[in-house]
Design a protein around this ligand. Structure first.
Ligand code: ZN
Length: 154
């Protein structure tokens, strides 16, 4: 255990660092607006960047893919792991899956995820968010306002 004063200082420094990261994120977000996929009419499916290392598969841009879909990485990994019937984790920007999976397979899973959890069933636009009410999850569309029930990830 570190002395309390040092601990306070560390918390303070972490706070400052987080603030700086947030500014960097904001700046990145702003510079990205012209090519922002969510407001454009043509929807680009994010591609996974992955490779098989030994008996594992690493998705290097996992967090970025989740961000592009405007979804919680925890939700996306749950879906992928369930579909592949395997185990795995995500940490930082990458996800590590047990087993060897091709990029084609992973990309096809992303497409399925988008159809099940991102696209609005009424107008087919990806500008949606997942909302939980009681035990149901809905896809709430920010374009047409439709609220359709989505499958639930157990
Ligand atoms: Zn809609």
């Amino acid at each position: 255990m570190e002395p309390p004063l040092l601990r306070c200082l560390m918390i303070l420094l972490t706070g400052i660092k987080m603030e700086m990261d947030y500014d960097a994120l904001l700046e990145r977000g702003l510079s990205k607006i012209p090519e922002k996929v969510f407001k454009s009419t043509k929807y680009e499916t994010p591609q996974t960047e992955s490779s098989v290392i030994g008996s594992k598969t690493v998705i290097y841009n996992f967090k970025e893919v989740a961000e592009r879909l405007n979804r919680d990485p925890g939700h996306l990994i749950k879906f992928i792991l369930r579909e592949l019937a395997t185990s795995g984790t995500y940490e930082g920007s990458r996800a590590t899956l047990q087993g060897r999976f091709s990029k084609e397979l992973l990309d096809s899973l992303i497409v399925r995820y988008i159809k099940a959890y991102v696209l609005c069933c009424s107008c087919n636009k990806p500008d949606t968010k997942l909302v939980k009410e009681d035990r149901m999850t809905f896809i709430l569309c920010e374009v047409c306002g439709a609220k359709n029930p989505s499958k639930t990830l157990a």
